[in-house]
Design a protein. Structure first.
Length: 586
């Protein structure tokens, strides 16, 4: 990039790009350094900015009845009495930069308002940028203008919040009223949102920070009353900064004169048409409180999320004032079909025409925004339902229609409640059935494991391998019939000595099991006939239980008895093996 010496002025094209904001950071720094000492270039930049501002004013004038009917993002701040006069009078010449406070170097004049001019300056000691706001010379004779200029500085001085533009100094020098503010390198809120293509959630996160700053101001007793996109700048870090407290109202703070405690008289309005509240549009300053800022924030959030205002603001001033007071906001879902229902409820609550039905503070609004961001239920969800019902009833005032709607709501609630109850009961029954099935399956599995273990014990014991049978004893359930049988078989006493006590330890339904065990002893001792008789008694007892429909779960042991009978019968009388077991229980 081509560099210039301190005595050489930059080209006009570069200055034009600087005014348009198209310079690189290095070019911007070089231009601003040059402007601190070059009056000619500084005046040229100021002229370029005034020319750009003149184009904006021309566009605004067109919206008041000239051929070009394009709607601006925001209407100006003024009173009805001003509206009936020339809409945008040309401001008087600003004071010369040389007459400003010492210690600051003026870089350029920023776009001015109707009552003051703002300069971009550099503090010579710290090399930090600042904004110097100076009351226009033509307003110095107005006690009211001087009072509110000083009052704005006093109000800002009471605020110390990272998202509110702070004040550094104020005073009067050479008859000029001024105060020095923090300079914010940023863009108006609506332009920042549009250029950065922010997601739905990112916009709510940014809005939540704005609510935090406004809520802080309310806690200090200050109502802004002119919240709009142009008064909220967003820096390159994505941090919002609220400025311009010129129309702010102090609550609970001392005023120099009671007559000056309210900015506008009854019947006048003050603020921006696009974001003002119904009570402002009605010219009722006595109704203005923190809920006025709640409404303005609701309009701002509505536009941030839908890219349009909640009602038409394209008509004449009186038409817009009527819409602000009476036109119901368009439901966001009519604009964006899949608009979040909770956020819609938040917006409709903030935009209620009746202050009593709105959020009662910005802190309440911020709380619900934070609830949504954190995935928690919002507090106005139920209020939103009542809100919609109230709007429907207000359009249908006949008693029969209202009664029908109430009945419909009651029936709908009853149906939903009954349906939820039925579903809950069915889910409970299904859970109990599943639990029972699992319990039965668990018992069945344990029985199978127990029978398998006992059969393994019988095989090892029958082959004379007690060292293999004894470890299996540990897998048998304590106190079960299988454990009793295993201990009985391992007892070295003779069968005659221990048989009677063993049989008496079983109930009638388990006598078949005792005969099975006795049969195993006879078989091991080589008494095949006695073994066959014992197995036959066991088999007949099993048949009797089956015919009596007794639940039978020891199927593996029944198969053991059947197999033993077949083995013995096939060895002695092969032709009778099938006859003996022809009535085998199933």
């Amino acid at each position: 990039m081509k560099m210039w010496r301190q005595h050489a002025c930059p080209k006009r094209q570069l200055l034009e790009r600087y005014v348009a904001g198209d310079c690189s950071d290095q070019e911007c720094q070089q231009v601003e350094k040059h402007l601190t000492w070059c009056d000619g270039c500084r005046q040229l930049v100021s002229a370029e900015r005034r020319a750009a501002a003149g184009q904006v004013e021309s566009t605004r004038a067109n919206t008041m009845g000239l051929p070009n009917n394009e709607i601006p993002d925001e209407c100006p701040t003024r009173t009805v009495s001003q509206a009936t006069a020339t809409p945008y009078p040309q401001p008087e010449l600003a004071p010369s930069p040389q007459s400003l406070i010492e210690g600051y170097q003026i870089i350029e004049e920023l776009p001015r308002g109707g009552q003051a001019v703002v300069y971009k300056a550099v503090h010579t000691a710290t090399k930090t940028k600042a904004a110097i706001k100076v009351l226009l010379p033509t307003l110095l004779a107005s006690e009211r203008a001087r009072y509110y200029f000083e009052r704005e500085a006093e109000l800002i001085a009471t605020l110390d919040h990272p998202n509110i533009v702070g004040i550094r100094d104020s005073g009067i020098i050479h008859g000029q009223y001024y105060f020095v503010m923090q300079y914010v390198e940023g863009q108006p809120l609506n332009r920042y949102v549009r250029l950065h293509n922010m997601s739905f959630r990112q916009r709510l996160v940014l809005f939540n920070k704005i609510c935090s700053a406004v809520s802080y101001a309310h806690q200090q007793g200050i109502i802004h009353r002119d919240l709009k996109f142009a008064n909220i700048l967003v820096d390159e870090r994505g941090e919002p900064h609220i400025l311009d407290f010129g129309l702010a109202k102090a609550v609970g703070l001392s005023e120099r004169a009671e007559s000056k405690a309210v900015v506008t008289m009854t019947g006048q309005w003050s603020g921006s048409l696009s974001t003002m509240s119904p009570e402002q549009a009605a010219g009722k300053p006595n109704l203005i409180d923190v809920r006025t800022d709640v409404y303005s924030l609701g309009v701002i959030l509505y536009h941030m999320l839908t890219d349009q205002y909640p009602y038409d603001i394209s008509g004449s001033t009186l038409e817009v004032l009527q819409n602000v007071q009476k036109a119901e906001p368009i439901r966001p879902r009519q604009i964006i079909r899949k608009f979040d229902s909770d956020v819609e409820a938040i917006l409709l609550t903030a935009l209620d025409k009746d202050p009593a039905q709105r959020y009662q503070s910005v802190a309440d609004l911020q709380s619900d925004i934070d609830n949504w961001l954190q995935g928690r239920p919002i507090r106005v969800r139920s209020v939103s339902t009542l809100y919609l019902l109230r709007k429907v009833i207000s359009r249908h005032r006949y008693t029969s229609t209202v009664a029908a709607l109430l009945l419909l709501v009651i029936l709908g609630f009853a149906y939903v409640s009954f349906d939820l109850y039925v579903r809950a009961e069915k889910a409970k029954q299904d859970t109990e059935i599943v639990a029972q099935q699992w319990q039965v399956e668990a018992v069945r599995t344990l029985n199978i494991a127990r029978q398998v273990a006992f059969r393994s014990f019988l095989q090892a014991w029958g082959q004379g391998r007690n060292e293999g049978a004894i470890p299996v004893l540990g897998f048998l359930s304590k106190g079960s019939k299988e454990e009793k049988a295993a201990k009985f078989l391992l007892n070295p006493n003779s069968l005659a000595e221990k048989e009677d006590n063993f049989r008496r330890s079983f109930s009638d339904k388990d006598i078949w099991f005792a005969d099975l065990v006795i049969g195993e002893i006879h078989l091991k001792n080589g008494n095949r006939k006695e073994a066959q008789q014992a197995y036959q008694r066991s088999y007949e007892a099993i048949q009797q239980l089956s015919q009596a429909n007794q639940p039978f779960i020891d199927r593996l042991l029944v198969d053991w008895v059947v197999n033993r009978l077949r083995e013995l019968a096939s060895a002695d009388e092969p032709e009778q093996s099938d006859v003996i077991l022809q009535n085998e229980p199933r």
